[in-house]
Design a protein. Structure first.
Length: 321
């Protein structure tokens, strides 16, 4: 019995040591991937600390202001890829990484939800002295833009929402099932150990799913900032964003009939991530005076249909002056 007990104890200790070594190895690999991502996609702009977050942003041009908020697992290069230069010819354009995304960090390693991110962006607008900007939100950035306009309408000239998340939904898009499977209590540990290797293994399939029916551009990882999505911190933040959207969207959507900010919505009719009928048409009917335009394309139209998307934003800026 004693020999058996010693053997069992030794086996358990050996297994624990192997598990710890495996975890350290995965963590080291994740850090290496993160450093390489940062080399490929260095910071483009400046940082500004406001209550709740240290925000990384890029500002270019002069004229009527436009603030652009990217989506889930995204980064400000999603907009600078093709939209920044033409819009900055006639506007003051500010692109911002949401807290936890890209090179923005939340205070005290926090995980602000949709409403709190909107409050942080409001403080960012006030601190920079941006006078009543047009708020552009893509995907989950659309939810943040809507929450901002509902809570602080005096700061907002209008909303131009591109393939926005606007409604609660029970189904999980195939591209984000990995994020949905991460338990909140283990979010940071799993992101640091398993998240990055799994993200690397599934990167091509995930990118194809997000861009469908179009083909992802070959330079999206660098020019579009996609490489940063594989960093552990960004994976944890994206998982937290996914959970927050699930918890908060019903309350946000219930307030649409009270929204007093001019709103325009652009959707790709073949969007595989967010259905244009639910997140576009249903929402446009709920918001007083909202207008919706549906075009050929999928979810990543800021990159795959940049001319149409840029014209949509510029037109909204003119109409909502």
């Amino acid at each position: 019995m004693q020999n058996g007990a010693r053997w069992t104890l030794g086996t358990l200790l050996g297994s624990a040591a192997l598990t710890a070594a495996g975890g350290l190895g995965l963590s080291y690999y994740s850090d290496r991937v993160a450093r390489e991502a940062e080399r490929l996609v260095p910071q483009d702009g400046r940082h500004l600390h406001v209550e709740g977050a240290r925000l990384h942003y890029v500002e270019q041009g002069s004229g009527p202001a436009i603030v652009m908020i990217h989506g889930l697992s995204g980064q400000l290069r999603n907009f600078s890829y093709a939209m920044l230069e033409p819009l900055a010819a006639d506007h003051r354009v500010i692109l911002v990484d949401r807290p936890g995304s890209g090179y923005s960090t939340a205070d005290d390693d926090g995980e602000p939800g949709i409403a709190e991110q909107a409050a942080i962006i409001a403080r960012f607008i006030e601190t920079l002295g941006i006078e009543r900007p047009l708020i552009v939100g893509h995907s989950l950035g659309g939810a943040v833009a809507l929450a901002l306009a509902l809570e602080r309408p005096e700061l907002v000239r209008g909303l131009a929402l591109i393939a926005p998340l606007t409604q609660p939904q029970d189904t999980v898009p195939e591209a984000f099932k990995g994020l949905a499977a991460i338990p909140p209590s283990m979010r940071r540990l799993m992101a640091q150990t398993l998240g990055t290797p799994m993200s690397r293994l599934t990167a091509e399939r995930t990118l194809q799913a997000v861009f469908a029916p179009e083909v992802p551009p070959a330079d999206f990882a660098t020019r579009g900032g996609g490489a940063l999505a594989q960093r552990p911190a960004n994976i944890a933040a994206a998982a937290a964003d996914f959970t927050a959207a699930h918890l908060e969207m019903a309350a946000i959507a219930a307030r649409y009939p009270t929204l007093a900010v001019p709103t325009a919505i652009l959707f790709g009719r073949d969007d595989p991530i967010l259905a244009a009928t639910l997140h576009g048409n249903v929402t446009a009917e709920a918001i007083p005076g909202a207008q919706i335009t549906v075009i050929d394309g999928g979810h990543m139209i800021p990159i795959t249909a940049p001319a149409i998307t840029t014209d949509f934003v510029a037109s909204a800026s003119t109409r909502f002056a």
